[in-house]
Write a protein that binds this ligand. Structure first.
Ligand SMILES: [Zn+2]
Length: 103
């Protein structure tokens, strides 16, 4: 459980950090952009990392809204937006070609 927490923290920083360097040509990995705040999430070739990064970003939006009903609706909207982009972008880049199953 502790290990899972640690990786979750690393995941939270990793993909968005890479994107913030603005090295779009050097960085060949595709990325998606949150339509609400413009934050980028890099689609690393690890589905689990990407989905955790999406969840971490959804959580960051959710935590900004105090009203639980509104925050839940916002979280759903952001998640929907990001996941749609993940599939669309991943399809364009044939992203899942090399996927290895860890479990
Ligand atoms: Zn956002």
């Amino acid at each position: 459980m502790l290990k899972a927490n640690r990786t979750e923290k690393e995941v939270k920083n990793l993909p968005t950090r890479i994107a913030s360097k603005k090295s779009s040509s050097a960085n060949k990995l595709p990325s998606i952009k949150c339509s609400s705040c413009g934050a980028e999430i890099v689609l690393v070739q690890n589905v689990k990392l990407v989905s955790e990064a999406v969840e971490a970003h959804v959580e960051s939006h959710r935590s900004k809204i105090k009203n639980p009903i509104r925050s839940e609706a916002e979280a759903e909207r952001i998640r929907d937006d990001l996941i749609t982009q993940v599939f669309k972008t991943a399809g364009e880049h044939k992203f899942a070609r090399n996927s290895k199953r860890a479990c």
